[in-house]
Design a protein around this ligand. Sequence first.
Ligand code: G6P
Length: 489
Amino acid sequence: MALTASREGQEPLAAPLVIVSNRGPKDFVWRDDQWLAMPATGGLVSMLAPLAERPDVRWFCCVSEPPDADAAGLFTTAADQTGGPLPVTPVPLPASVYHAYYGQISNEVLWMLQHLILGTRGFEAVDAQRHHAWTNGYLAANQQLAETIRSSCSDVRAFLIQDYHLYPLPALLRQRFPDTPILHFTHIPFPVPPRMRLLPGAWREVILRGLLGADVVGMQTRGDADAFLDCCRELLGCSVDREKLAVETDDGRLVRVRVYPASADPAELGHAMQSPAVAEARARMKDRMGRFNVIRVDRVDPSKNQVLGFRAFGRLLEMRPDLRATLRFSAFLVPSRTDLSVYQTYTDAIRATIREVNDRFETDCGAPPIEIYYTNDREQALAAMESCDVLLVNSLQDGMNLVAKEWAVVSKRPGVLVLSETAGVAGEAEQAALLVSPLDVEGTARAMSCALDMPDAERAARLERLRNRVCRWTAADWLSAQLSDLGIE
Ligand code: G6P
């Protein structure tokens, strides 16, 4: 049997299972005023890492060649990803190509479009520079990945390809590995046809035909799967079967579309909650939080809708003077994509909103009521999730939202989830959370008020419903369902 070419420090493998993602397992963490390379804690990486521990797996990821000094710390380089315990093959891209692929197309266009952030705070226009970034960044990066995989692996058991950065890749790999099972999973909401039409025709054709290179197209929710089927029918003229969830391609292949809701890992969370690091964070946070606490835990991102969340908290303090002395809002905000101006502007807007609410209520509350923790200290966030009264997740759009699922596993108080109806997890949390429309500031304030008044027995019953669902469908189930659909045990 053909072997995968040996790389430095890696044994050759017979027909490995290949994961391909933009991010590798290491990430930069902003801590103590500096960036540190550490194991990534984001959902995508944490759900894939257990698979990568298998001896028959290879993981290809994109990295930037060392960027200029100003951008240092934002991108991992090949040296950051290698040398760890996992079988990672970093694919280096010139810094300018990486920026065009990851920043200018994946995040400034696709992320914004798929999270419905249109206009000045998000996706505005496709100009000549953007077309250049598409061809010389996004397409070039996908081609480079396909080329590197082809030259490193002569035989592959199956491909698991991740997310919106890599839509063209299934079709590129299909040309080189015609008989290898390929699954692509999109972690973020998939656009319905009218929204997809906001992209140039040639781009959406590459996106859809790229995905159709896979045998299985994986989505977070049934709504995302339907959106993909509708795009294939309306924009490509493919024949689709909405009951069997399948698309027939021009060359007569049948592509299955499947729903795999991302989930948390209750066993790993159980261990984390027993760790000295969480014990230390618990002790530290005890003094810093209020008697009653609203919290939020998310990356700084317009899709997370933090600004309206803080405005809703201001409205809550306005309508409930009785809460002012005892209620605090701790916001655990993870720095994200900080080289992109839309993220810088949004961070400024968040800070201005917090200042405005704090200035208004500081005297009545006896201290600024909103405290921001601008860091990705997972243990600190877990300690706060365990003891909070309310977790606010008011995303404009969200593929799933794993924070809500992790909270359901670790909450002890018990807390209440105030959740945007437009987050993927909302379908699973209908009987558990208080659902809000993300633009409804008044409704969000009222939902937080109702959550804070909710008797413990009702809080516990609601929490239990979501916890049971998460424990019945975990991150391991997300993965094993995909492997099983590819015919792999
Ligand atoms: C979302 C995406 C992931 C991405 C993560 C963090 O969850 O679906 O693909 O990795 O956000 O974003 P970043 O740009 O920091 O990788």
